[in-house]
Write a new protein. Structure first.
Length: 147
């Protein structure tokens, strides 16, 4: 069985009043806390403390600036993506309109009238019994300058 340790107060076999000991400890703590508070209020900031405060403010300021830069770049990226999205949507609607026009033209291409029209305009073909009239280019140039 291990040897029991006895407290220092019991070495001289005195009886200790627990409540009185608690009261003494409480008074010492209160005096200590009051002394620290008084010391802090009476003292002017020392050079070391002012440097420490300045260093702390600089670190907080740099951290704040870093956070602001990160947030700013994120906002810039979001805005640029939104603008790019709007541009892509506008381009998409233009392409859809062009697709619709081309589909309409494709549906007309198979008709006999369209084929005849293209043969007359591009290949200068005529049907039997028709007469083809060719105008001089000079007259066309004069008409264009007159307009």
């Amino acid at each position: 069985m291990p040897k029991r340790r006895e407290s220092k107060e019991f070495n001289n076999r005195q009886v200790i009043d627990i409540e009185a000991a608690r009261q003494k400890r409480k008074e010492r703590r209160e005096l200590s806390a009051a002394g620290r508070a008084l010391k802090q209020t009476e003292e002017e900031p020392t050079r070391r403390r002012s440097i420490k405060n300045l260093r702390r403010r600089i670190i907080y300021g740099l951290a704040l600036i870093a956070v602001a830069v990160i947030i700013g770049t994120s906002v810039f990226n979001v805005i640029s993506l939104k603008m790019e999205e709007a541009h892509a949507k506008a381009e998409l609607s233009a392409l859809e309109a062009e697709k619709k026009a081309l589909q309409e033209e494709l549906s007309v291409v198979d008709s006999k009238e369209y084929i005849e029209q293209q043969a007359r305009e591009q290949l200068r073909m005529i049907q039997p019994g028709e007469t083809l009239y060719v105008l001089k280019k000079r007259e066309k140039a004069e008409d264009e300058t007159a307009n």
